[in-house]
Write a protein that binds this ligand. Sequence first.
Ligand SMILES: [Zn+2]
Length: 349
Amino acid sequence: MNRKHKTYGHFFMMVIALVLAAVGTSAVYQIARNRPPIAYGNLSPEAIARFKKQMSKSGEKGALFTIDQLNLAQWDNENDLGAQDSAGWSKIEDNNFIIYYKDDMQGVWKQKAKITLKLVNEAIPQMKEIFGSYTYPKDINNRKLPIYLPPTRSQYGQTINLLRNEPVDAESSLGITIYKVSQSGFLPLGIVIRNDVFDADNFQNSLVVVATHELTHYVYGSLFQFSDKLIPKNWVTEGIADYTAGRSPQVQGSDSINFINNYCDLLNDFPIEHGNFVDNQYWAGESFFDFVEEKYGKETVSKFIQTTYTTPIDSVILAVFPNSNNIHKEWVEAISKNAEPQSSISANN
Ligand SMILES: [Zn+2]
């Protein structure tokens, strides 16, 4: 073989290698795309225990971490709590959701189920805008998202406990999103909405706010890449949920500004309770995203959230605010400017 042929030979081999590399990359990409949205591997029981502890310390009650391998049948809606005859649930459904409710003679709860179904579907475009995508049944082993509307306060508590399979004190909440995170993927067990949001006398506790807040937890939970090193911060989870739902608590009064200045460290969970301040991950978390929207725009809020799926919070802040020396200080300055002397409002779900 002369020199020229050899050169062509090398060139040819290189082309083959490039083609193979491209095929290889696209094969990996396909596998990643087709797996359930969350799948983390090789977690030890110790890591799971640490997850559970950290999540419960942060105030999170809906996320269940399990070391068990789940089987595909567990995503089947036939296994929903409401699909069991003995439970006495009726349902309406479409391509994305199943709303479970308890029938009554006047059809009052069927009507509430219809309103809920309409509201959650209408929230999907907004979810796509903030989270970059919406998690449809096709993305999640064809599971439709169950939403439960128990008609009484005590049935609200019972439904949560049945879905969680262990008791939890969540009755003070207005809604909850319960999901399992396992090595087999993300499995939403369902959203439960408390009966009194249907006749709330203020917007902050109304169905549209609570349903959107909970749907946010579903989408964020499904996109977040839980790993041994990556657990969502409580103020990001609850703050973005209230921001998306438009709950809009005003941070008012120097006390709440001082509280944010002194205790709301963006690199950590916010303290759930501190002195007179409670549920701080909600109102202070939303305050941060309201500030980001006002100063940097909605796209920056989306970029921030989408970066948290795969990146620890300190790196998120560096990546999203490369020109800021101190984003926490900018936040405190912004709320100081807007402040009026009244107490802050908080709500919890
Ligand atoms: Zn929440």
